[in-house]
Design a protein around this ligand. Structure first.
Ligand SMILES: C[S@@+](CC[C@H](N)C(=O)[O-])C[C@H]1O[C@@H](n2cnc3c(N)ncnc32)[C@H](O)[C@@H]1O
Length: 353
């Protein structure tokens, strides 16, 4: 395992907090709710088709686009209820910001595995808005990039070598041919059986192909014990962990990635860890810049992560959830709390024949 890296390099996170005078805009102030948004355009287009085709495609679109609304957020329809986070525009913006954060952390690179310059087939599991798949396809015009998700939230205008498919990664994989590189990112809390996912990835890679699995720890660390044990943030992450585990999809799973990849049979397994401050408390300019993005990202994450799990699993009333989240926002805004999360990026190679 290599050391814990800083944004785009091997710098370590400064341990002391420094006075931070800049303020960070709170997106809660101006991001509107997306409850009224709906993808009716595909349904309208279907109605122009002949009768039989229309009813068939309408039932498909209903099962994929018949979104569920709860707690003021919009949730996926395909395999409804299996993924506890929203898929509305606000969540899509959060995913796109997180994509930028991953690039900041990794010096602008889209992957850490030592993949060859030429690839034939690439698979991105749980692609979200498809930002990674689109960027990767732009950088690898020779490769065919297949990206899958439960939600139809990907753009229409995409590079010719990207294809998006609605699919549940926990079902049996039915791909017609194997891949050279499989990418899985930010899927903590999405998967109930990680060893099975790794086995399916192994079986669907060509000999010599690479897997890469990346996620943040869903747990804040401090080097100086500056986050009080009784704080709202500690309560939040403990309840989140409890609810996700009860739901059957462990949230703070990334510390286990290395053992999952090794146990599936991959070789040359490497784990890189990167520190990401949860707010702009560090003095170091690169970490402070990363912390600015992380702070907005964290403010935008706490509702998506907790609303469905706290209400459906813990049976909390909305008022109780919002009271805790108000405390979490205060804690995130407290620059004396030197919180950071660790990103685990693990890659490994399927043995050559
Ligand atoms: C937090 S987002 C991460 C998106 C993307 N990988 C990224 O890094 O930006 C998790 C995505 O996984 C998708 N997802 C969750 N469970 C899934 C499953 N069983 N099969 C396919 N996609 C799934 C969700 O719909 C969501 O878009």
């Amino acid at each position: 395992m290599s050391g814990i890296n800083g944004p785009g390099g091997t710098q370590s996170l400064p341990e002391s907090a420094l006075d931070l005078d800049s303020t960070v805009h709170d997106p809660q102030d101006d991001v509107s709710d997306d409850q009224s948004a709906d993808d009716t355009s595909m349904l309208d287009a279907d109605s122009a088709l002949g009768d039989d085709t229309a009813s068939e495609t309408r039932s498909i679109t209903d099962s994929v686009l018949g979104y569920q609304y709860e707690n003021g957020r919009r949730y996926h329809a395909y395999r409804a209820g299996t993924y506890p986070m929203p898929n509305d525009e606000r969540e899509q913006e959060r995913m796109d910001m997180q994509h930028h954060i991953y690039l900041l952390i990794n010096g602008g690179e889209l992957c850490e595995a030592p993949i060859p310059p030429q690839l034939d087939r690439v698979l991105d599991i749980g692609c979200g808005t498809g930002k990674w798949a689109i960027d990767f396809a732009d950088h690898h015009p020779e490769a065919e990039v297949l990206a899958t998700d439960l939600s139809v939230i990907q753009p229409y205008w995409i590079p010719p070598n990207v294809q998006f498919e609605i699919d549940d990664a926990e079902e049996d994989w039915q791909y017609h041919s194997k891949f050279d590189y499989i990418h899985i990112r930010s899927m903590g809390g999405s998967i109930s059986d990680w060893p099975r996912l790794m086995q399916q990835a192994y079986r669907n890679l060509n000999p010599g192909g690479w897997i890469e699995v990346t996620d943040f720890e869903a747990w804040a660390t401090t080097d100086d014990n500056s986050l009080p044990a009784g704080s709202a943030y500690v309560e939040f992450q403990e309840r989140l962990s409890e609810a996700a585990t009860k739901f059957g999809k462990v949230m703070n799973i990334s510390p286990q990635f290395k053992s999952f990849v090794e146990n599936a049979g991959f070789q040359s397994v490497v784990e890189n860890q990167h520190k990401a401050p949860l707010s702009p408390w560090p003095k170091d300019p690169a970490f402070r810049n990363l912390g600015r993005y992380m702070y907005v990202q964290m403010l935008e994450s706490i509702e998506p992560y907790s609303l469905a799990l706290f209400s459906r699993v813990l049976k909390w009333q909305p008022e109780k959830i919002q009271a805790l989240l108000a405390g979490v926002r205060e804690d995130l805004n407290n620059r004396d709390y030197h919180m950071y999360s660790i990103v685990h990026c693990v890659y490994g190679q399927k043995p050559q024949l």
